[in-house]
Ligand binder design. Structure first.
Ligand SMILES: NC(=O)c1ccc[n+]([C@@H]2O[C@H](COP(=O)([O-])OP(=O)(O)OC[C@H]3O[C@@H](n4cnc5c(N)ncnc54)[C@H](O)[C@@H]3O)[C@@H](O)[C@H]2O)c1
Length: 269
């Protein structure tokens, strides 16, 4: 028996990177998986696009654990598509217990040079996309009447004043607002809501020389904002999955409304 046997997890942005790692790790503990991703370019995302093949590879890795999987191309900006996916998950897998709102994009530049279009794109995916994900799934968890765990992937930029990414920093702080408000509303249903705050993770989003160049140019004054405490620059996606698994499982059953750093100590700087 795994720690999540009999559970179903609904994960966005799972074609690759951290979302894929969460899907595979939760499946390895017995959960069936509903995984979605936009699988293509998103306007103003400065990170390269994921593909349908990436999503199929996530599904294949879940199936290696003998778990059922629904994998679908869905944009978190499309509430109706997320609602349809949640309805199909209920019809085919019977339940939803765990929600991981992970999909995200990144852009960078000096704050005063960010266009209104770039601002809106980052807010649409990284903040409104999280709202859509919980709006599409929470009614099913409430009707089920057996509690649940909602895990929102924010960032160290959801706690610190990360420069050169004002839209991203604002959206990730906004995710904390969703987390804390929602945790209070859903507590009576024994549904927990927590946010995770990774720092640099070894994914496509972690490999951004353009942002690194901006940081390097102002390293003397702003470099310390990005400084870690532990002697590593990056983590692996599975390091974040360990926190996701803890929150998803009964081990995390007394924690709600919390901001969990998985950040090499940067938020303590
Ligand atoms: N990599 C890091 O250093 C880092 C640090 C802190 C937080 N994060 C956050 O972790 C999460 C996962 O990022 P990652 O590091 O795996 O990067 P990633 O770029 O590999 O993964 C993000 C995934 O989200 C998908 N996505 C983007 N827009 C979408 C949309 N509109 N609808 C559905 N899917 C969409 C992408 O296609 C991609 O597969 C993001 O929320 C990110 O902001 C990343």
């Amino acid at each position: 028996m795994g720690r999540l046997t009999g559970k179903v997890a609904f994960i966005t942005g799972g074609a690759r990177g951290q979302g894929r790692a969460h899907a595979v790790r939760l499946a390895s503990e017995g959960a069936d998986i509903v995984v979605s991703d936009v699988c293509g370019p998103v306007e103003h995302n400065m990170v390269g696009p994921s593909t349908l093949d990436d999503l199929a590879e996530t599904a294949r890795r879940v199936e290696e654990h003998d778990r059922r999987v629904i994998a679908r191309q869905v944009d978190v900006r499309d509430l109706a598509a997320l609602e349809a996916l949640a309805a199909d998950a209920m019809a085919q897998l019977g339940r939803i217990d765990i929600v991981v709102a992970n999909a995200g994009i990144l852009a960078w530049g000096h704050a005063w040079e960010i266009t209104t279009e770039e601002w809106q794109s980052v807010l649409d995916v990284n903040l409104t996309g999280v709202f859509h994900t919980v709006k599409a799934t929470v009614p099913h968890l409430i009707r089920q009447g057996q509690g649940g765990s909602i895990i929102l992937i924010s960032s160290s930029a959801g706690i610190k004043g990360q420069p050169f990414t004002l839209h991203y920093t604002a959206a990730k702080h906004g995710v904390v607002g969703i987390c804390r408000g929602l945790a209070n509303e859903l507590g009576r249903y024994d549904i927990r809501v927590n946010s995770i705050h990774p720092a640099g993770v070894n994914t496509a989003m972690g490999d951004v020389p353009g942002l690194m160049a901006l940081i390097a140019a102002e390293a003397e004054t702003l470099g310390p904002v990005f400084m870690n405490t532990l002697p590593h620059t990056f983590m692996e996606p599975d390091d974040v999955s360990s926190a996701v698994l803890w929150l998803a499982s009964d081990d995390g059953r007394r924690t709600t409304g919390a901001q969990i750093p998985v950040d090499l100590g940067t938020c303590n700087r």
